[in-house]
Design a binder for this molecule. Sequence first.
Ligand SMILES: Nc1nc2c(c(=O)[nH]1)N[C@@H](CN(C=O)c1ccc(C(=O)N[C@@H](CCC(=O)O)C(=O)O)cc1)CN2
Length: 287
Amino acid sequence: MTAQIIDGKALSAQLRTEVTQRAAALTAQGVQPGLAVILVGDSPASQVYVRNKVQACADVGFHSVLEKYDADLTETALLARIEALNNDPRIHGILVQLPLPAHIDDHKVIEAISPLKDVDGFHVASAGALMVGEVGFKACTPYGCMKMLESIGMKDLRGKHAVVIGRSNIVGKPMAMMLLAANATVTVCHSGTADLAAMTRQADVVVAAVGKRNVLTADMVKPGAVVIDVGMNRDDAGKLCGDVDYAGCREVAGFITPVPGGVGPMTITMLLVNTLEAAERTAAARQ
Ligand SMILES: Nc1nc2c(c(=O)[nH]1)N[C@@H](CN(C=O)c1ccc(C(=O)N[C@@H](CCC(=O)O)C(=O)O)cc1)CN2
């Protein structure tokens, strides 16, 4: 069996068309969705991501501001900027690009963002809302993975076993919560898991989110399973690759996401969706 590819770029394009239409309708009512992106430091990768986010905003008709600061920006100064953006009526979403320089406490920074503008979905209030099934912003990467599952007819995962490899606050844990909310039976595996392969071989859906190459190989995949690769690593030749042995797993899985062109583009698309929803909530509250 050769797996069908879940094309994150194509799905993103489809979703961005919908976002563009909804943004135009909202703008016509006097509320143009607005995103503030904050970058501290000069990491080349982060510079690319924030540039792509600002470009994505322009493409769908959002207003955006990019605030760039030197790596020696103080935590106090950053918190003051966030407070100003919390009170800016043109800004519906605030995003601080991670990672931050070591002298800044990222937890403190994320908690300073108003939960109403937390379009990354990283705030404790957003995580809590997801846990108890209340309205809140969903973390963009796992939200994108759920949309990818939906695109192949797997919106309701009743009777399915999903295995998440990785337990980060940004991907693994919210991913597990979203799969659970979709009625999957969920297992979370991590560095303390005794026999990872024994777990993944039982899975109908495997999400690999560790940040390490070849965490999932063909012998660990149940034939026909859905394999979602959240990893972003470099191989020995410097080429971008995921956590999954793509060539091997493709021969066993039913569906698979590539890297690049899979989950990555969906992360930015779901940021647009969250920002649009933040603006829509503001507009609804005005009426
Ligand atoms: N505040 C945040 N910081 C970070 C997040 C985040 O969601 N919010 N996620 C990552 C970086 N990231 C977005 O910020 C991101 C990473 C990768 C991609 C992407 O589209 N990747 C492409 C490949 C790009 C390349 O060639 O290098 C792909 O997979 O096809 C988008 C967004 C950490 N920080």
